[in-house]
Design a protein around this ligand. Structure first.
Ligand SMILES: *Cc1c(COP(=O)(O)O)cnc(C)c1O
Length: 353
């Protein structure tokens, strides 16, 4: 009825993806997320151009959908009937949704007791088989890699190269929206698939003449889960930002390559800084993102103050996941609702109107 149906990333970026006539049409209208210009935080920092890539508006609430759609399409093309993944939450929600849309089975392995209820509920409601194991994400990933090597299941973690292929489309969208690549792209780094994917996307577009510059990639880890910053795996990663609570990133080498080739950096921020940034983002911009997604804002604030990001540069922060995914931590830092039992006058009194 007048308006064109929105396309998912496979149709939109078909010529940039390893898909062909035999690839099934998998599409939950992922991608095409807003690039929101900062109204308040950027100007307060004296930055001439700061943007937020609002990936929380993907179908299951995180950027994972961009890569999952390609991984699932290719898995079906290659004859798979069962998908399996390890997850800190968002990958399982995404795998479960795409499996459901294709009538496939999804099995997700999660570290027991470490997944937000909201993310877990997504996987369960989409109909995935959820298996909890003791230990952390790194142990869960080792288990599913072993499973996929010996049984007929398709592994859809970001070690699957089709995930990276799909996720690189976010870089294309940013260049398409800005007319060129930004000077800085700042994002959280957990298993390091996304920083790998962005770098691949920016390089491909640049090589094809779609952008004149390449951005510096700035990765944010959490202090208690900062293996790349420390240069050694972290046996027991700890952070409120569960999506980046990873001690031994699968794409470690690619992350350091992206950092070094782009002239960027990867640094760590504390949980306190992350939660402050989360409230700042919500209160100053009207954007609610989960804790992992707020680590880059915390890092940006520090880098601008230290003069390591120039005020006349263009920066894009990737808000990787929706705030509704994991509201518990944020709720600890806001005033609880007030309860009154009275009329408008009583209400006005409480509100100091
Ligand atoms: C998966 C995820 C990350 C980390 O991405 P990696 O590719 O593992 O580095 C960050 N934030 C959110 C919300 C995620 O779901």
């Amino acid at each position: 009825m007048g308006s064109e149906a929105r396309q998912g990333v496979i149709d939109r970026y078909r010529e940039w993806l390893p898909v062909g006539d035999r690839t099934p049409r998998v599409d939950l209208q992922e991608g095409s997320t807003p690039l929101v210009r900062s109204r308040n935080i950027g100007p307060a920092l004296g930055l001439s151009a700061l943007y937020f890539k609002y990936e929380g508006l993907n179908p299951t609430g995180s950027f994972k959908d961009r890569g999952m759609v390609v991984a699932v399409a290719k898995a079906i093309e290659e004859g798979a009937q069962v998908l399996v993944c390890a997850s800190t939450g968002n990958t399982s929600a995404s795998a479960a949704a795409y499996a459901a849309s294709q009538g496939m089975r999804a099995i997700v392995i999660i570290p027991a007791g470490q997944i937000s209820l909201n993310k877990l509920s997504q996987a369960l409601v989409y109909g995935a088989k959820v298996v909890q194991i003791p230990g952390n994400f790194d142990a869960a990933l080792a288990t599913v890699r072993d499973l996929a090597e010996h049984y007929p299941v398709a592994l859809v973690n970001s070690v699957n190269p089709y995930r990276i292929q799909g996720q690189k489309t976010a870089a294309f969208e940013i260049v398409d929206a800005l007319g060129d690549a930004p000077d800085y792209l700042i994002l959280p780094v957990g298993n390091a698939g996304n920083i790998t994917a962005y770098w691949k996307g920016f390089k491909e577009y640049h090589a094809a003449g779609r952008s004149t510059v390449l951005p510096r990639l700035v990765g944010a880890q959490a202090e208690g889960a900062a293996p790349i910053v420390k240069g050694a795996p972290v046996a027991e990663p700890k952070t409120v930002a569960s999506a980046i609570k990873i001690g031994n990133p699968a794409s470690w080498e690619n992350a350091t390559l992206a950092r070094d080739e782009s002239g960027g950096l990867i640094d760590a921020v504390s949980d306190t800084e992350i939660l402050q940034a989360q409230l700042q983002l919500a209160a100053a911009e009207g954007l609610f993102a989960e804790p992992a997604s707020c680590a880059p804002l915390a890092l940006l604030v520090r880098l601008v103050r230290e003069g390591r990001i120039e005020r006349d540069s263009t920066s894009v922060i990737v808000l990787t996941g929706n705030g509704l995914k994991d509201p518990d931590a944020a709720l600890g830092n806001v005033e609880p609702p007030v309860t009154i039992d009275g009329d408008a006058r009583a209400l006005a009194k409480v509100l100091k109107l």
